[in-house]
Design a protein around this ligand. Structure first.
Ligand code: KIV
Ligand code: ZN
Length: 541
């Protein structure tokens, strides 16, 4: 079959295309697995952010990952949807099947090119790697037609012999690749050196393909390398929210995008299309769903990124924020206002407040948040922005609950053991359990175990548990985050899910989080597609 002629580079002059890989490389961070529903929620937020491409996953990794990519390709509009595939029989077919329905399918095939990977991992020669790369790029082009994006990545490009790297890029562009990506897979590059390498690729194939870069942060240089590459002519940046990703993570979207915006003279006439006002919401959502906290001093999205502590700085900022702020808090979606809702507030006011915070909520969802906010206003003096965001997040990635908590009680005293009881409905059928424990939470978790074990044949095993106050003050809501696996699953391949609970009563929050996790584990058993993807046995770069 003749290879359709590709439509040529897709990035309009003056723009840097933002390729977000939070749902693929970001999700490869150990412990960051997301369910299909959670991935969909992140994808919707990425659309609000106006990224150009969402890399939705690696469909060959598992049926769960295939399903998540396919759902995003089907349901998420206004953005290109990419899927990753190795250059090996089976992978590209699965990826194409998953993204064919997308408005703009973007196939991303890769093969390692450095001698160290070819010799020790793939055990093939350079010629064989080049032939496989050409084969699968051509296949993708034939299958998806002339208008689709076909991207080729040379894994470990920064440690590859440059002569071979250039030869493989030239060959894949000849076979129909419209984007060639230069990954610094192990975060080894130094900005000046990386910029020079990117420049050579731009000179060779930059007229026929978009040059992309993908930097990891092992030496803390991912953002610096990404920006050096843009200055050298790269026009696609592969980034993740909060810099989430394998090992030390990937270049972070918020840092790269805000650098382009804040230093226009360094990037003349170049801008991304990202609506930066949605950055904070995206950062909080990803942190909440993955359970990866953002360090307080993280650039752009850390809690202290716009906080001024010392007297001299405060004085300067009061006189003129430009003294110590190179970007405004509003430009990344931080609103100055704090006090929000009281018992007498109306639904409309709440809806407007949520919109100001970057969330469009209406209909049933608004009713639910409204009821919860009013109930909270009953027990808490002030319901703040942080409280409202916590209420919203608590609902994110929700699955229909098969296990419902109907009631609980616990007694606990100084130094003594605690006794707890829990009443639940499993698929509508009432169950009760009672147990003792070394504290109230432990006693209640065991009581839940007693109630569900006879039906499920397992109970959740706690892998991680964390509790934090949402705001200051003794009446603050407590937010519980935990990770669980099934007691019958052991070893590194066990599916691990997250659970969140939120209440002014921390025991209630703890129970809620446990029941959410139990629901996810049960849903995973019944429907493989709601599973977070298990880690593929051959780990991805
Ligand atoms: O880091 C890497 O090399 C990758 C490629 C698959 C782009 O993630
Ligand atoms: Zn990577």
């Amino acid at each position: 079959m003749p290879v359709p002629v590709p439509a040529g580079p897709f990035v309009p002059a003056g723009t840097v295309r933002v390729f977000d890989t939070t749902l693929r490389d970001g999700e490869q961070a150990p412990g960051a697995s997301l369910t299909a529903a959670e991935k969909l929620e992140v994808a919707r937020q990425l659309v609000r952010l106006n990224v150009d491409v969402i890399e939705a996953g690696f469909p060959a990794a598992s049926p769960g990952d295939w399903e998540a990519v396919h759902r995003i390709a089907t349901e998420v509009k206004g953005v290109a949807v990419a899927a990753l595939a190795r250059c090996r029989d089976g992978d590209p077919q699965k990826a194409i099947e998953a993204i064919r329905v997308a408005e703009r399918p973007h196939l991303h095939v890769f093969i390692a090119t450095s001698d160290i990977h070819l010799k020790h991992k793939l055990r093939i020669s350079r010629d064989e790697a080049l032939a496989e790369a050409v084969r699968w790029v051509r296949y993708g082009r034939e299958q998806l037609g002339r208008d689709a994006e076909i991207e080729f990545s040379a894994e470990d490009a920064s440690r590859t012999d440059p002569a071979f790297l250039l030869a493989i890029y030239e060959a894949v562009v000849g076979a129909g690749a419209t984007t060639v990506n230069i990954p610094d897979t192990v975060g080894y590059a130094i900005p000046s050196e990386f910029g020079a390498l990117v420049g050579r690729v731009v000179d060779l194939v930059g007229r026929d393909a978009t040059i992309s870069i993908h930097c990891h942060n092992d030496l803390g240089l991912a953002t610096a390398n990404t920006l050096a590459a843009v200055q050298a002519g790269a026009r696609q940046v592969e980034v993740t929210i909060n810099g989430l990703g394998e090992r030390a993570g990937n270049a972070s979207l918020e840092e790269v995008v805000m650098a382009l915006r804040t230093r226009p003279t360094q990037f003349p006439e170049l801008l991304s299309r990202v609506q930066t006002e949605h950055i904070t919401t995206a950062s909080r959502l990803v942190s909440h769903l993955t359970g990866f906290a953002v360090q307080p001093n993280k650039a752009v999205v850390g809690a202290n990124a716009f906080a001024h502590e010392s007297g001299i700085h405060q004085d300067g900022v009061i006189k003129n924020p430009l003294t110590y702020e190179i970007m405004t808090p509003q430009s990344v979606g931080l609103s100055g206002s704090q006090l929000t809702i009281g018992k007498l507030s109306g639904r409309k006011g709440l809806q407007k407040k949520l919109r100001d915070l970057g969330h469009d909520v209406s209909g049933d969802a608004l009713d639910v948040v409204y009821r919860e906010a009013i109930a909270l206003a009953d027990v808490k003096k002030e319901v703040t922005d942080a409280d409202l965001l916590a209420l919203l997040q608590q609902r994110s990635g929700d699955l229909p609950a098969s296990i419902v908590l109907d009631g609980w009680s616990v007694t606990s005293s100084h130094g003594g053991r605690s006794t707890g009881s829990a009443r639940l409905a499993l698929d509508g059928e009432g169950r009760a359990g009672e147990s003792t424990g070394n504290g109230p939470v432990n006693a209640l978790y065991r009581a839940v175990d007693e109630a569900i074990r006879p039906v499920l044949g397992w109970e959740p095993t706690l892998v991680e548990y964390e509790i934090k106050a949402v705001t200051e003050g003794e009446d603050a809501q407590g937010r519980v985050f935990l990770r669980c696996r099934r007691s019958t699953d052991a070893g590194p391949d066990a599916i691990v899910v997250t659970g969140h609970g939120l209440s002014t009563n921390i025991i209630e929050a703890s129970l809620e989080a446990y029941v959410v996790a139990a629901n996810k584990l049960w849903a995973a058993e019944r429907d493989r597609t709601s599973l977070p993807a298990p880690r593929p046995s051959e780990r991805l770069p």
